[in-house]
Design a protein around this ligand. Structure first.
Ligand code: GLN
Length: 450
């Protein structure tokens, strides 16, 4: 017996049945009217979508799975939400996540974990476990996620679904609650590479409201997915992400995928990315530093929860302290403390500064790798879906899940995770990576191996 909604999966924190049905009915009316308006409907009009509860929506609560934002309603829509509304996608609701997107299992949600539809005793990954589980369980054909260190791709791998982290700056982040601003990206979750490509095309494009937004035209990603051609392509395999630390089931499927690609005419080359050994350390410093700054605005004055001190004077500092003590969970506090320390005077160069240097080395590793290959292929996650509690008491063990996904955010390049089979009944995903702005390539190769 399991508790929680949706047959125990608990992918959603909020469901907007009335709103979704109203949008679907509007699209129906236009479609059945025939004529120019029906012709003008977007390809995805009427296709329901779930939205990670880190992305703000008018008319539905946004909590970031934190007590800090309980009861808060956004006065505006994120740009990606405006786009999906304009295209006529019914918004089913808001999906669960690790609090403020900090985690790899969805266990850090203040509202209870999401369960993996493949095995309810296991996590769906994180932080976007809700979006991935909703798609895996056929609750929603499409979902939106955010990916700062793997939060779209790792849950996709653990639930047998598809998820893309787009090129940094190619999808507007206006209205995504910021975690680490130099790493965050919104992206699509779907059941196939082509579905993800269609959603990606809809949400991409320049947005003057996001200062990091690229001015590029949006390519035809769906066409690339339909082509699915790999003959003549050079596929790079990163030596550092092949052997050690990768579980047997994942490794076996990864090697099989390489064989399939070789049989389809691709050339497999091994590439060396020596700085990846330091990626986890650099990520957890840069991410925590930026998160500590981004989360400073949750002060009990401007948003959501306000807690007054139990006794003593009600000064602004003491209200802030009481609010943050009660409003944030342990993992969020851990990262704020780490980040605040790393940014403090006297330590800044030693920690944040060094981490930024490592980041440059990782970017150079990718440049060298892409000089020898068109795309890279890696396992998405070193393991399949793990049990609840397995990594919860050991933050470092939890952080190791991100070993293959975080270099991608540090370099700002695109990556897709696609399912390639089952190991002991649990999904395995592989990740296809391409140079910045070459997102079409990840769909082309992703569609060929899924
Ligand atoms: N697991 C990573 C972390 O905990 C991923 C976070 C994310 O991509 N939002 O930081």
């Amino acid at each position: 017996a399991v508790d929680g909604g949706e047959h125990g999966i608990h992918a959603f924190l909020h469901v907007d049945e009335a709103g979704a049905l109203a949008t679907a009915a509007e699209v129906d009316v236009i479609r059945s009217s025939g004529g120019a308006a029906a012709e003008a409907l977007h390809r995805l009009a009427g296709v329901p979508i779930a939205v990670k509860d880190l992305i703000v929506t008018v008319g539905q609560p946004t909590t970031a799975a934190s007590k800090m934002l309980e009861g808060w309603m956004s006065p505006y829509d994120a740009t990606v939400v405006t786009k999906i509304r304009e295209a006529g996608l019914p918004i089913l609701g808001k999906t669960n996540l690790d609090e403020f997107a900090m985690g790899s299992s969805s266990e850090h949600s203040a509202y209870g974990a999401t369960r993996n539809p493949w095995d309810l005793e296991r996590t769906p990954g994180g932080s976007g476990g809700g979006s991935a589980a909703a798609v895996a369980a056929f609750e929603a054909p499409l979902a939106l996620g955010t990916d700062t260190g793997g939060s779209i791709r790792q849950p996709a791998a653990l639930t047998g679904t598809v998820g893309t982290k787009p090129t940094y700056g190619s999808v507007s982040r206006y209205g995504a609650i910021a975690m680490a601003s130099s790493l965050d990206q919104i992206g699509p979750c779907a059941r196939t590479a082509e579905d993800a490509a269609l959603l990606h095309e809809l949400i991409a494009g320049h947005d003057p409201k996001d200062a990091t937004s690229l001015p590029d035209e949006v390519p035809d990603f769906a066409e690339a997915a339909r082509r699915g051609e790999v003959s003549g392509l050079r596929i790079g395999v990163v030596r550092q992400l092949r052997g050690e630390g990768i579980s047997a089931g994942v490794a076996e499927h990864f090697e099989q995928t390489l064989q399939t690609l070789r049989a389809a005419g691709a050339e497999i080359v091994e590439v060396d990315c020596p700085s990846f050994d330091y990626a986890l350390g650099a990520y957890y410093l840069i991410m925590a530093s930026e998160a500590s700054s981004n989360l400073a605005k949750f002060d009990g004055v401007r948003y959501g929860t306000r807690v007054l001190p139990e006794d003593g004077p009600v000064t602004i500092e003491r209200v802030m302290g009481a609010t943050r003590a009660a409003g944030f969970g342990d993992e969020v506090k851990r990262r704020i403390i780490l980040g605040t320390y790393a940014l403090s005077a006297g330590y800044y160069d030693a920690y944040y500064g060094s981490a930024q240097k490592v980041r440059t080395l990782i970017q150079r590793d990718f440049e060298a790798a892409f000089a020898q290959s068109d795309v890279l292929l890696t396992p998405t996650s070193p393991v399949t879906a793990f049990r609840f509690g397995e990594n919860l008491q050991d933050p470092l063990a939890m952080y190791l899940n991100d070993i293959a996904t975080i270099p991608v955010n540090l370099a700002g390049i695109p990556g897709i995770s696609v399912p390639v089979g089952l190991a002991e009944g649990l999904p395995v995903g592989v990740q296809v990576l391409a140079p910045a702005r070459e997102d079409a390539r990840v769909y082309q190769v992703g569609a060929a191996v899924e």
